[in-house]
Design a protein around this ligand. Structure first.
Ligand SMILES: Cc1cc2nc3c(=O)[nH]c(=O)nc-3n(C[C@H](O)[C@H](O)[C@H](O)COP(=O)(O)OP(=O)(O)OC[C@H]3O[C@@H](n4cnc5c(N)ncnc54)[C@H](O)[C@@H]3O)c2cc1C
Length: 481
């Protein structure tokens, strides 16, 4: 690690840390993002529902409500500026029993107070037109036309790549282990050495309480709240047109069904508080619950089209609120803690606000060389015939199909590795270009993806990992020809 003193070190390369980094890069300064994992987007930001919530759910007056609504308004512009996948499809909250109507009206009124546009309660006939497969029991619903879906990986990579393009440095496999004051600066001990900086952003997800509690007497507690999912094949596409929720309960928004921006359908999540902040296993009990709960909202959901299951961990803070900004007793330390749902929706707004707080604290000036956009990664299938022909003349690898489920070529995989920050593992490739995301879940393409990674990184095939050190695929030889 260099002796350089950074203006800001951001702990955590999830969507929140990357958003702060991207918005900070509008200013002149030296900024570093560190993450204990091998890549951007390896924790909660990779395992969620991918919904940009309209903003009716978070209680009026809370930071959750403020940043959700602000973030949802920022997304369309940011998606076109940074070229990531985003679609406004609208969302629906079902009321399955007339006696629950007052709760639905409360949600509507909360949304109106939060400033959510276009909200209305629709009765059964209109609901059937919006969602033909809605359960027979549904009596009415809250309809939010501004509800949207986003690819959470693509959004996080886009923010990180644009931050890097504007000079932000990234250091992976770098776990922060201690933070203390040292001669008027912050000193961060990491597994790769000591770092000094003027300000710190605590965007460490489920571990954000650990860092907050190192610097402040005002302690907080974050519990990992696990949510499990089914992901359905693209053949199930069209069964729902909107994001379909049921009325929220004490543990969150309940089991939902939504299309993804890539044409799959996602069903989940559960909500279960667990002790292990890294336990992303799925359970038969959790998956059974999703099957039974989802059938109460939507008829004949083709659960037999499931291609995988997964889970993610919400950073649930005891007060169920985002903790953002400097604790009173730790100036220069900026919390982005307790960022559970709607954290994906809120991330752009949190990034902008926190970066502005830091700029004002450090009297940073705007960087006239800041480039706001990101070049769109090439997708050969989207190119007109003449442009594709031209591309294949210079890059024949764009004509060699590797992932036959998602139609991903060798050229796309090579470019995913060459980007900054680029993929270094099978999962890094998968999250950037979707090789291995389809029906066979990498069963066919993984060996070729491994060869390409080894070739691009100049390493042996046995050094290629699924998701960083300790997850090597090749463990030894069982046959020598
Ligand atoms: C089941 C589920 C469904 C959700 N659905 C939605 C949704 O549809 N819409 C929505 O708006 N929100 C949703 N959310 C919430 C959203 O996913 C999160 O709020 C968001 O991803 C949090 O991002 P983050 O950057 O704070 O955390 P993370 O993505 O967890 O990033 C934190 C990073 O910190 C790193 N880190 C931790 N400890 C250290 C250390 N010691 N040193 C260095 N690095 C460290 C981690 O490796 C990680 O990369 C959902 C969450 C879950 C779990």
């Amino acid at each position: 690690m260099s002796d350089k003193v950074y203006n800001t070190v951001i702990i955590g390369a999830g969507i929140v840390g990357c958003s702060v980094a991207r918005f900070l890069s509008r200013y002149k300064g030296s900024f570093l993002v560190i993450d204990r994992d091998e890549d951007v987007c390896c924790a909660t930001s990779k395992a969620n529902s991918g919904i940009v919530h309209a903003g009716y759910d978070a209680r009026n007056g809370t930071l959750m409500a403020k940043y959700n609504v602000m973030g949802s308004l920022m997304y369309p512009g940011l998606a076109s500026e940074l070229n990531f996948k985003f679609r406004t499809i609208g969302s629906i909250v079902l009321c399955l029993d007339e006696s629950d109507r007052p709760r639905l009206e409360d949600l509507y009124n909360n949304g109106i107070k939060n400033g959510v546009a276009g909200l209305r309660i629709v009765e059964r006939d209109e609901l059937k037109e919006l969602e033909p497969n809605v359960a027979d029991e549904a009596v009415c619903a809250l309809y939010a036309p501004t509800g949207a879906i986003v690819c959470p990986f693509d959004a996080t990579f886009a923010l990180a790549e644009n931050a890097a393009r504007n000079g932000v440095e990234f250091s992976f496999d770098t776990s922060a282990t201690n933070i203390e004051r040292d001669n008027g600066r912050w000193k961060i001990t990491t597994t790769k050495g000591i770092l000094f900086c003027d300000t710190i952003v605590n965007a460490a997800g489920c571990y954000s309480d650990v860092f907050h509690n190192m610097v402040s007497k005002d302690k907080i507690n974050i519990t990992a709240r696990r949510g499990e999912y089914f992901l359905l094949d693209k053949t199930a596409s069209g069964h729902v047109n909107h994001t379909v929720f049921r009325l929220p309960g004490k543990m969150g928004k309940g089991v939902l069904i939504t299309p993804t921006v890539h044409g799959n359908t996602i069903v989940g999540p559960t909500a279960e508080d667990i002790d292990d902040k890294d336990d992303v296993s799925t359970t038969s009990a959790g998956l059974d619950k999703i099957r039974s709960q989802s059938s109460l909202s939507i008829r004949d959901l083709p659960m037999n089209m499931s291609i995988t299951t997964f889970s993610g961990l919400r950073s649930h803070e005891d007060g169920h609120e985002f903790i953002i900004g400097e604790p009173q007793d730790a100036p220069g330390f900026y919390d982005c803690a307790g960022i559970e749902s709607p954290g994906l929706s809120a991330a752009p707004a949190i990034g902008k606000d926190v970066s502005d707080m830091i700029a004002s604290h450090l009297s940073l000036t705007e960087d006239p060389a800041f480039v706001p956009g990101r070049e769109k990664p090439v997708d050969p299938l989207q190119l007109p015939a003449d442009e594709l022909k031209e591309l294949l003349n210079t890059r024949p690898d764009y004509g060699r199909m590797v992932c036959r489920c998602e139609y991903i070529t060798e050229g796309q995989i090579r470019d995913a590795i060459r980007r900054t920050p680029g993929a270094r593992s099978i999962d890094g490739v998968k999250r950037r270009v979707r090789a291995g995301m389809g029906r066979c879940q990498g069963g066919f393409c993984s060996p070729t993806v491994m060869e390409i990674i080894a070739d691009e990184l100049g390493i042996g095939i046995s050094e290629v990992t699924k998701m960083g050190s300790g997850s090597e695929i090749i463990l030894g030889e069982n046959k020598r020809l």
